[in-house]
Design a protein around this ligand. Structure first.
Ligand code: 1HE
Length: 253
């Protein structure tokens, strides 16, 4: 693998962007590797952390890909990015992104596909595409605008505005904000906790929650009810409920 590192730690896997000399700018090979890894993170993997080597999470699209490009080349690249980030969002396992430094352009589009984002205080967010005369092409106008709202996204794109870690956190770009250098450790701890959620509940959280947020309510209730019925009938749920009723499981305090 050219610019990604893959490590196993029990039931979790840790993927590092490791193209430090180019500030983890995403070239086609890297995005293909992301598609491949997240399509099949490995037998027994129950959660994945995506983190980055160096001072920055990612400088976004490798802008050298755009020299001598045609509209069709760019369209094909977007299709590749859509497939890769769809594998993060709607693959088999939850993904926790550990952010630090620059989370720019396509780097933010990739992070937006993760289920949980942990940022440290060095993190900053920007969408400089339009400043360069281009446009988001990795799903950002769908995913980022859902997180922060289309008007905030328009502001970022029109003005080149940068959000710091605190501001991004307030707007939902991260669910956790930790001290400088602490994002990866926190992401790993969260991934290990997430790995204990039984598979049917995990499936519902990953696949039903975001779909139902977009669905008409009547359809959403049917999907949710079916998901709840499947999960409750699973032996692992029966065991866990029995354990609580017998006083053997943790209380919610
Ligand atoms: C790059 C890229 C890149 C760095 N493509 N080569 N993204 C951007 O517009 C962000 C552009 N990058 C930056 O603003 C800065 O590089 C950083 C703030 C991220 C880091 O600054 P710094 O001072 O630590 O590093 P540097 O000296 O700017 O960069 C180190 C090297 O990485 C240098 O190459 P070198 O051969 O001269 O050593 C840079 O040219 C190279 N580099 N970023 C290519 N992005 C599917 S649509 C998505 C569209 C987008 O993502 S647009 C956003 C593009």
């Amino acid at each position: 693998m050219s610019s990604l590192e893959f490590q196993r730690d029990g039931e979790i896997a840790i993927v590092h962007l490791a193209r430090v000399a180019k500030r983890n700018a995403l070239d086609d090979d890297t995005v293909r590797d992301i598609e491949r890894i997240f399509s099949d993170p490995g037998e027994g993997v129950r959660a994945v952390v995506i983190s980055a080597r160096g001072e920055h999470f990612s400088a976004g699209l490798d802008l050298s890909s755009l020299t001598d490009t045609t509209p069709l080349d760019s369209l094909r690249r977007s299709q590749l990015w859509y497939r890769a980030f769809e594998r993060i969002e709607f693959g088999n396992v939850p993904v926790v992104a550990a952010l630090h430094g620059a989370v720019i352009g396509g780097g933010l589009e990739m992070a937006a596909a993760a289920h949980i984002r942990v940022a440290d205080t060095t993190t900053y967010y920007a969408l400089p595409e339009a400043q360069r005369g281009i446009f988001v092409g990795g799903g950002g106008s769908v995913r980022i605008s859902r997180i922060i709202g289309p008007h905030r996204m328009m502001d970022l794109m029109f003005t080149g505005r940068i959000y710091g870690a605190e501001e991004g956190h307030t707007l939902g770009l991260s669910q956790y904000l930790v001290e400088a250098g602490g994002a990866e450790a926190k992401a790993i701890a969260l991934a290990k906790q997430i790995a204990t959620v039984p598979p049917l509940s995990t499936y519902g959280i990953m696949h039903a929650v975001p779909r139902n947020a977009e669905a008409d309510p009547a359809t959403g209730y049917v999907l949710e009810g079916l998901m709840a019925a499947m999960a409750a009938g699973d032996p692992v749920a029966q065991e866990r409920i029995a354990a609580f009723l017998a006083g053997r499981a943790a209380k919610v305090k």
